[in-house]
Design a protein around this ligand. Structure first.
Ligand SMILES: [Zn+2]
Length: 233
């Protein structure tokens, strides 16, 4: 891939393939679970937006505005402008899956309210990670062009490691938001008790996509280390 191996087969490329397969499987799995439980309308008939409003108000977060945004599974909480943004598949839907996703985003809003430490760490890493994800591969290339300049290559690999760290820090943030959502929905205000396990399936599948992303990036890092770690003079 980097031309460095000439025309020979690069055995470390298998790591990229493994990461790709894991990511594709996880993205299929989350869509499969969402679509499955999107067919179950909650018996209370609450929409995703109504559920979110209720949860936020209960948490004394009346100031947080709920917006409807385009797309599917593009739902997010924006800590910058304190808005909860629900996609078309969530906002007006009364499905168990939609209420689960809306509650998960409320979980992020509550994390923000409580200054949840992993969320703060994650936010603090964003500028460095943006730099890292843009500069790491070009730096490695430049390092190779300039006669395998180990300093440049090492900086590139460290920047890439920062991206892996970011994805690892994302995991507790996502798992905690889903944990909060499930606890809130288990209280019985919004869902019947037999609907809660369906939410657990949807949010569990969504969490897996973050695990898959972290594994796949870690495998890419491992590959860089395998390729360039062996070539120190
Ligand atoms: Zn989330």
């Amino acid at each position: 891939m980097y031309g460095y191996y000439g025309y020979g087969f690069d055995p470390t490329f298998i790591l990229i393939i493994i990461g790709l397969v894991i990511s594709l499987w996880a993205s299929w799995f989350v869509k499969h679970n969402f679509n499955k439980y999107d067919q179950y309308d909650s018996r209370r008939g609450t929409t995703g937006a109504e559920a979110a409003r209720y949860i936020l108000d209960q948490a004394r977060l009346q100031n947080i505005q709920i917006n409807r945004i385009s797309g599917n599974l593009t739902d997010n909480y924006n800590p910058g402008d304190k808005t909860l943004n629900l996609s078309e598949s969530t906002y007006g839907s009364t499905s168990v899956a939609a209420i689960g996703v809306a509650a998960h985003e409320c979980g992020h809003a509550i994390q923000d309210q409580k200054s949840y430490a992993p969320m703060r760490l994650r936010a603090a890493l964003v500028p460095a990670v943006n730099l890292g994800s843009q500069a790491s591969i070009p730096l490695i290339f430049i390092g190779m062009i300039f006669g395998m300049n180990h300093t440049l290559i090492s900086i590139g690999i460290w920047l890439f490691a920062l991206v892996v760290l970011f994805q690892v820090v994302t995991l507790p943030v996502e798992f905690n938001a889903s944990g909060r959502a499930i606890r809130i929905l288990s209280s019985g205000d919004l869902l019947e008790s037999d609907e809660v396990p369906m939410v657990k399936k949807v949010l569990g599948a969504a969490a897996l996509t973050y695990v898959a992303a972290a594994i796949s990036t870690a495998l890419q890092l491992l590959r860089l280390i395998l390729i360039f770690g062996n070539n120190r003079d």
